[in-house]
Design a protein around this ligand. Sequence first.
Ligand code: GLN
Length: 227
Amino acid sequence: MNQLSDRLATAPVIGVLALQGDFNCHLESLKKVGATGREVRSLESLHNLDALILPGGESTTMALLLREFNMWTGLKKFTKTKPVWGTCAGLILLSSQVEDGTGAPDKTFEPLGVLDVTVSRNAYGRQINSFEDKVEIIDGAEKLSAPVSFIRAPKITRVGSKVEVLAKTDDTPTLVRQGNLLGSAFHTELHEDTTFIRYFLNHVSKTLSADKGESITNTNSRSREVA
Ligand code: GLN
């Protein structure tokens, strides 16, 4: 067996970016369903992961720390191939464009630019306007319902042509997917319910197995570029 099939034969290792925000809750929910979670605080720790969760928190602080710890470019590279789920601040980090409250581009914040959506930060209001809801996720033939929370959540104001909308709240997309990337405006890790984390693990295993053949080609073509 080569290294890749070795890894696919075992449980995937899910990293949770642990520079700031509610990473502990994500680690707890991974534990609850028997998945393997790892705190990620360095570029090196990204290397042995199969997938990654970018938690909620403060996107500005996370972006600053990612640069401070020299993780920005490595993380961007990771998001190009591996399954990643950005929650709330994590979604803002993944997005391609960020708006300020007036709908104008927020020039003070540069996102990773890998998920083709525009988000408006804090558009659901302040901390005091936080609310709980239930979302219906419609993914092909699969229909799920999960309890979620919106906490100073970003609003998705535009979705690119390659982006699938998997859930909406009041007609606004709140869960989107673009290939290996999932982004949610809401939090699910604060709830006892494990529907969403199991849905994410399913996304991870589908992405990793779909990638199986391609990854080998990609790895080779990367080596060619470097050579
Ligand atoms: N409002 C925060 C931001 O702009 C996100 C809030 C959250 O992650 N719950 O980064």
